[in-house]
Design a protein around this ligand. Structure first.
Ligand SMILES: Nc1ncnc2c1ncn2[C@@H]1O[C@H](COP(=O)(O)OP(=O)(O)OP(=O)(O)O)[C@@H](O)[C@H]1O
Ligand SMILES: [Mg+2]
Length: 269
């Protein structure tokens, strides 16, 4: 393992799926005010696969994830350079409909955040905002999304109960159901299991396994074990730079950079 060029542009050693990248991040830089938080990030997210973003606290994982559906637009004094494209389409291009973009890029957060309304309404809310009112469509969407999030059997008899009465793990699966209700292309997950117990975590990991293929998944995680179990590809970030990106097995067993090795073996971070 050599570290000849500490911050050389990311080398790709990923077997590409025939369908090409779901997302292409190219020469991407980001500043919060004067402070640069992302430096020359280059990353192709593969379609239908799970990509884990790992790295020590403050390295920019959430910042990069939030750029993928323009959640960072809400931050004052933020500046970006570079491109992020979805199927060749520049998401920071002029005239982009950010609301429509966020539907293509469903997001699940660290802490389950169901709305204070019924289970049914949580899932149909985004459709209703879009003006969908036909009951058969809403019913079908609720059943499909809850089946996809492995929650249907647990809640099918209590769809009108408050979502806040669900357990933490069920709430997180409901948030995943809400994200898949609008049938996105990509699911962005920022430490989706960190507020959950081991059993609820295992359910979410199984779910991620089932959902990949249908959706391309980008997941931030602090758990090396989780990244190793769940992801196909792993990107290791350090101080805002993408140090190494590759197939998860390679990153964990035979990384090219010594810094990656130190992190995945728990020597720092
Ligand atoms: N809204 C903001 N305004 C200013 N600086 C920010 C903002 N959000 C994040 N930062 C800074 O950008 C850097 C990257 O933060 P980010 O939250 O992306 O890291 P992270 O890798 O997700 O960390 P963690 O693992 O702790 O969640 C940090 O130095 C952080 O302090
Ligand atoms: Mg974070």
């Amino acid at each position: 393992m050599t570290d000849t060029l500490e911050f050389e542009p990311t080398a790709y050693h990923i077997k590409k799926s025939n369908e090409g990248p779901a997302l292409d991040i190219a020469d991407f830089n980001l500043w919060y005010g004067e402070k640069q938080a992302l430096f020359d990030n280059n990353l192709e997210i593969q379609k239908g696969q799970v990509t884990a973003l790992i790295g020590p606290s403050g390295c920019g994982k959430s910042t990069l994830l939030r750029c993928l559906n323009r959640m960072n637009d809400l931050v004052d004094d933020l500046r970006i350079e570079g491109r992020i494209t979805v199927d060749g389409f520049d998401i920071y291009g002029r005239g982009v409909d950010v609301i429509a973009l966020r539907k293509r890029m469903g997001m699940v957060f660290q802490k389950p955040n169901p709305f204070a309304m019924s289970i049914y309404d949580n899932i149909t809310y985004p459709l209703r905002v879009d003006g969908v009112s036909k009951k058969s469509i809403l019913d079908e969407t609720v059943e499909r999304a809850l089946q996809q999030s492995a929650l249907w059997n647990e809640v099918k008899d209590r769809l009108n109960d408050s979502a806040l009465g669900l357990s933490g793990g069920q709430q997180q699966r409901l948030c995943i159901a809400r994200a898949v209700a609008s049938d996105p292309e990509v699911l962005l997950m920022d430490e989706p299991c960190s507020a959950l117990d081991p059993i609820a975590t295992a359910r979410i990991e199984e779910l991620i396994e089932e959902l990949k293929g249908t959706y391309s998944i980008v997941m931030v995680t602090h758990s090396m074990a989780q990244a190793a179990r769940v992801s196909d590809n792993t990107a290791f970030m350090y101080l805002g730079r993408l140090i190494e990106y590759g197939e998860t097995d390679t990153i964990f067993t035979n990384p090219r950079k010594s810094r990656t090795n130190d992190y995945v073996t728990g020597r720092f971070g």
